[in-house]
Design a protein around this ligand. Structure first.
Ligand code: PHE
Length: 339
């Protein structure tokens, strides 16, 4: 039996030396030291020995068991630390490598110009309101003194969604909503998208942007209109920019004007940007028509006001010398990255 023991010891230790995985160790442990393991079987087999040999033999077997347990533990430690080392090596990070810069987002040129514009008007005491893009004929036309048979309401200009429901063709609809909700003094701007059934080309898009403005108070005159809009144009284009007011017509203002600024690209000499005439039209404006005020419950005998509608796309293309309005809507990253 002693020989059997020694043979088992030798075989087991040799086998153990070759093991590499924790799983193999566990299997080894079960096979030798487990309940049905070989060493346990030896202990059980002691019953067949003469009684006087049993204590010595038992001691030897227990010694073997301890020996194997210790060897197993040592091996286990060796394997664990080797695996850990391998893992650390595999996960090794070189913190001195240069980082990969994240792609930075940026503001759309329309939003850059709009932010400037909001700054300018807020500093003059205007607040910013919002209005719906889907409007009724009342807010987009009727209340603005645009009669039923006016050509602007033609299906060719206006996107109708249903009878009496349309995509607003002008932010002026927000004037009416504001005057219905507030009492004078009113000083607001309303930026937003507007929609017209235009063919797409370098200067036209079925979606574009306006910034509406409205001032209503006692004693507001054309002088206020001129002062505010001149100030605005100088802040956007620079103080040596010339500003020109041309008589015009809008159904909801009387008198009405269109405002041009001297071309920022050529200084007024005439170039491609201004189509050769030295001026760029940037907005329409006028004194709010008394009928519009009265329709909103504001007494035109007591109050007066002015309104304006700025073409934000035009402001943006002229500021950045963008030759085609379509670039503002295509969202080509190579274009947007330039701002
Ligand atoms: N709504 C007009 C347009 O779209 C512009 C405008 C606004 C004119 C306010 C006068 C007053 O052309």
């Amino acid at each position: 039996m002693k020989e059997q023991l020694n043979a088992l010891r030798e075989r087991a230790l040799a086998e153990l030396a070759d093991l590499e995985q924790p799983k193999e160790l566990e299997e080894f442990r079960v096979r030798l030291l487990g309940k049905k393991g070989e060493v346990t079987a030896l202990l059980r087999g002691m019953g067949a020995l003469p009684a006087e040999d049993r204590p010595a033999m038992g001691q030897l077997i227990n010694q073997l068991r301890n020996e194997l347990e210790n060897a197993l533990d040592a091996k286990e430690q060796e394997i664990t630390s080797r695996l850990k080392e391998q893992r650390l090596l595999a996960e090794r990070l070189d913190v001195t490598l240069p980082g990969k810069a994240a792609d930075e987002g940026g503001l759309h040129p329309l939003n850059i110009v709009l932010a400037d514009l909001i700054d300018i008007f807020q500093s003059m005491g205007f607040d910013v309101v919002d209005g719906p893009e889907v409007e009724t004929e009342h807010y987009c036309f009727e209340a603005l003194n645009v009669p039923k048979d006016h050509p602007a309401r033609d299906m060719q200009d206006t996107f109708y969604l249903a009878e009496n429901l349309l995509l607003r063709t002008q932010t002026s609809a927000a004037q009416i909503r504001t005057m219905e909700q507030r009492k004078p003094p009113i000083r607001m701007i309303c930026p937003g998208r507007v929609f017209r059934a235009d063919e797409v080309d370098a200067t036209h898009s079925p979606v574009f942007h306006q910034v509406e403005g409205l001032v209503v108070d006692k004693g507001i005159t054309m002088c206020d209109l001129k002062g505010v809009l001149e100030q605005f144009a100088h802040e956007i284009y620079g103080s040596d920019t010339k500003v020109r007011f041309r008589p015009s017509f809008f159904p909801f203002t009387e008198p009405s004007v269109e405002v041009d600024v001297s071309c920022s690209a050529c200084g007024g000499k005439g170039c491609r940007v201004c189509k050769g005439n030295g001026w760029i039209e940037i907005l329409g404006a006028g004194m709010v028509h008394p009928r519009v005020l009265a329709g909103c419950g504001i007494d035109p005998e007591v109050y007066s006001g002015f309104a304006f509608g700025i073409g934000l796309d035009r402001l943006t293309t002229t500021r950045y010398k963008i030759s085609d309005i379509r670039l503002l809507f295509e969202n080509d990253k190579r274009f947007l990255d330039q701002f």
